[in-house]
Write a new protein. Structure first.
Length: 319
C-alpha cells in the first residue's frame, strides 16, 4: 500500500522528528554557551509565535487560514515548549538555578539565562554583576566605544523586573511587593519635587513630542509615571541580583560574600535584607534573617529567624 503525503507535510516532517527527540535526557550536558543560545532562541521564537498568531487570527477574520499556516504555528508553539522543557531539566540539575526558580516570577528560562551569563568567579561583589548587566548608572556608552555591558543580560534583567511586577499580587510573592513598596517611595519623592533636577536634565538632553504626557511631567519638574516604574523595577532587580550573588558565592566558596560597600561606608544604609528560601542552599546558616513584606512601604519589617520582630522599617540598601 502506498501512502500519499501532502507536500506541506513532507516539508515539515523534520520538525516532527525534532520534537520527538528526547532532548531532556541530554540537557544536563549542555554548555553555558549553548544555554545562552537556547534562552535567546526561546525569546525569539516566542516573539515570532505571538506575531504569527496575530497574523493567522487577522487572516481568519476574512477567510479560513491555509492549513499549512496553522500547522506551522502549531509547530512553532511546540518547539517553544520543547526549549522550555530543556531549560527546566538543565536548571533542575543546578543548585543555584534551582534556588532562583523557587522565587515567584522566575521560571526556567530566566533562571537559565542568569546562570549561564554570570560567572561568580569574575564577580567578587554584586557591583560587578550590576555593571555587567547594564545596571550601573555611572557607565556610559559613547559613539565608537565598545558597549560596557552585556546586552542580552540587560534585556533578561528587564524581563525579570517585568515579571516581578506581574506577580506582585501572588500569595507567595516577595520581590513584587518590594517593587510596590519602592514604587510608592518613588511616587512620594517625585511629588515632593526631589527629582526636579533630573527632569531638567532630561528636558535639556532629550527630544520629546509636543503635547505628550511625558513632556508635561518634565516641564512641571517631575518624572513621568513610566520612568518611575522603570526606576522601581531596576531597584528591585538589583536587590534580587544581590541575593543571587550571595547564593552563588555561598555555593561556590562555602561562605557569605563581603558586605556591600553601601552598608559598610555610607551613613544611613544599615538594613540588610536576607535572601529568600535559604533552606535550598546546602549548608547555608539556619539563623538567616528573613524579610516579610506586607502592603505598602511602611509595612516592610524585619523578622529574624528566631525571636520577636523589631519594629524597624526596612529600607533596601541597593538603588
Amino acid at each position: 500500500m502506498v501512502t500519499i503525503t501532502r507536500p506541506e507535510e513532507a516539508l515539515l516532517e523534520p520538525l516532527d522528528r525534532l520534537l520527538k527527540v528526547d532532548v531532556q535526557s541530554a540537557a544536563v550536558t549542555l554548555s553555558e554557551g549553548e544555554i545562552r543560545f537556547l534562552v535567546d532562541l526561546y525569546y525569539q521564537i516566542q516573539e515570532f509565535r505571538k506575531s504569527s498568531d496575530n497574523q493567522v487570527r487577522s487572516l481568519g477574520k476574512e477567510q479560513e487560514p491555509h492549513e499549512v499556516l496553522s500547522y506551522v504555528a502549531k509547530q512553532v508553539t511546540l518547539i517553544e515548549g520543547q526549549i522550555k522543557r530543556v531549560l527546566e531539566a538543565w536548571t533542575s540539575a543546578d543548585p543555584l538555578a534551582t534556588w532562583a526558580k523557587s522565587i515567584t516570577g522566575i521560571g526556567p528560562v530566566i533562571s537559565a539565562g542568569l546562570r549561564s551569563h554570570i560567572d561568580i568567579e569574575k564577580a567578587p561583589t554584586v557591583g560587578h554583576i550590576w555593571r555587567f548587566a547594564g545596571l550601573d548608572p555611572t557607565d556610559t556608552w559613547g559613539k565608537g566605544q565598545k558597549r560596557p555591558w552585556n546586552a542580552q543580560l540587560k534585556t533578561l534583567c528587564w524581563r525579570l523586573g517585568d515579571s516581578f511586577v506581574k506577580f506582585q499580587n501572588h500569595p507567595n510573592d516577595t520581590y513584587g511587593k518590594i517593587y510596590r513598596a519602592r514604587r510608592a517611595l518613588e511616587d512620594e519623592r517625585n511629588a515632593a519635587g526631589l527629582f526636579a533636577e533630573q527632569a531638567r536634565v532630561s528636558l535639556e538632553t532629550k527630544r520629546f513630542k509636543k503635547d505628550t504626557d511625558a513632556l508635561k511631567h518634565y516641564q512641571a519638574g517631575r518624572l513621568p509615571p513610566a520612568r518611575l516604574l522603570l526606576r522601581a523595577e531596576r531597584y528591585t532587580v538589583k536587590l534580587f541580583l544581590s541575593h543571587w550573588h550571595e547564593a552563588a558565592w555561598w555555593l561556590r566558596y562555602g561562605e557569605r560574600p563581603v558586605r556591600p560597600y553601601v552598608l559598610e561606608h555610607i551613613p544611613g544604609h544599615h538594613d540588610y535584607i536576607g535572601i529568600p528560601n535559604p533552606h535550598l542552599l546546602p549548608g547555608y546558616p539556619e539563623n538567616q534573617d528573613r524579610l516579610i513584606v506586607e502592603g505598602s512601604r511602611k509595612d516592610m519589617v524585619w523578622f529574624p529567624a528566631e525571636g520577636s520582630p523589631p519594629s524597624l522599617p526596612v529600607s533596601p540598601s541597593h538603588s
